[in-house]
Design a protein around this ligand. Structure first.
Ligand code: HEM
Length: 295
């Protein structure tokens, strides 16, 4: 944080002596420290020459002689790596936590998911993305959870670049701030009837063989799902596939062997959603009891 905006950090510490602000700043330092260590270790291990591992990180460290792209400085790379962790870790962790909470609140859906995992034989085939990605109930549970608990629930402002931008038939001049928020669009009853209900069936449809299959939603439903910052525009989440993969693998593995239940009624209160740009459960914890079930 301090690396990005030292004056802002100084002003926040001096004039906003709130505990939450201090914690936020400390969390930033921690994450940048972690990013710095990770980049240092990587450079020690791989060196600064062309690596046998052509990763994005190598390109940033080495640059590209053919195109003339200069390498980034170590400090710039630390900021990029740390920003990626900011974007990736809490978003995915919070979403997965809410998914487990919803399964505990909806034991019927939890049983359906366990049954799907069992009958698909994924436990024997091995938990890999290719074995879990097309499971309809798993996909429906993950999508419905993202609908109800988007990790960035509030407005993601954009500025029109003009000279005239037309949005939904409305002409807007250059420099106008426009925004929509996932929390509103994803609970719009016009597209998601009974919007406060956790209902993965919205994302299921009967296939030609009568079996349930993945339903991606109507075009309008897809348009309203802003959980990834839009349907694939240039600034929408580049980590969406990785995050979806992580959540599916986590849920499939857990539901193969375990059942989750609410620890007590207090879990509902702890899991009330609060918006700090990122979604954070009010109590900072999710009290669940995890028990092993018969395979
Ligand atoms: C459930 C998990 C996740 C959710 C809900 C999520 C959501 C979002 C949203 C809404 C944005 C747009 C922010 C904006 O427009 O201002 C975004 C951007 C971004 N996300 Fe994710 N994200 C998740 C996981 C990840 C992961 C795992 C990674 C990386 C591995 C990642 C990397 C990024 C990056 C780099 C951006 C900035 C893109 C840009 O501005 O060009 N995200 N994410």
């Amino acid at each position: 944080m301090e690396e990005l905006a030292p004056t802002l950090v100084w002003a926040l510490e001096k004039f906003v002596p709130l505990r939450s602000v201090k914690e936020f700043l400390v969390a930033g330092d921690f994450l940048y420290g972690y990013g710095r260590d990770a980049v240092r270790e990587y450079i020690e291990r791989e060196g600064r020459g062309a690596s046998s591992r052509p990763t994005l990180l190598t390109k940033l460290v080495v640059g590209n002689k053919e195109t003339g792209a200069e390498p980034l400085s170590d400090e710039e790379i630390v900021v990029e790596v740390s920003n990626l962790m900011f974007a990736a870790v809490d978003t995915t962790g919070t979403s997965a936590t809410y998914a487990l909470y919803e399964l505990a609140c909806n034991p019927g859906w939890q049983r359906r998911l366990q049954q799907e995992i069992r009958t698909s034989g994924v436990g024997k085939k091995g938990f890999e993305y290719r074995t879990v990605s097309e499971l309809p109930v798993l996909n429906a549970v993950v999508t419905e959870n993202l609908r109800m608990h988007p990790a960035a629930p509030s407005a993601l402002p954009r500025q029109t670049v003009g000279p005239v931008t037309v949005i939904d038939g409305l002409p807007l001049p250059e420099g106008i701030l426009v925004s929509m928020q996932a929390m509103t669009t994803q609970r719009d009853p016009a597209y998601f009837p009974d919007p406060d209900k956790f209902d993965p069936a919205r994302w299921l449809a009967p296939g030609p063989d009568g079996k349930e299959q993945i339903f991606p939603g109507t075009p309008e439903m897809q348009e309203m799902m802003l959980v990834w910052g839009g349907k694939g525009g240039p600034r929408s989440c580049p980590g969406r596939y990785m995050a979806t993969m992580e959540m599916k693998l986590l849920l499939a593995r857990l539901m193969d062997r375990y059942t989750v239940a609410l620890e007590s009624e207090a879990t509902h209160d702890d899991m009330v959603m609060t918006d700090h740009f990122a979604l954070i459960p009010k109590g900072g914890r999710c009290g669940l009891v995890v028990s092993r079930h018969d395979v």
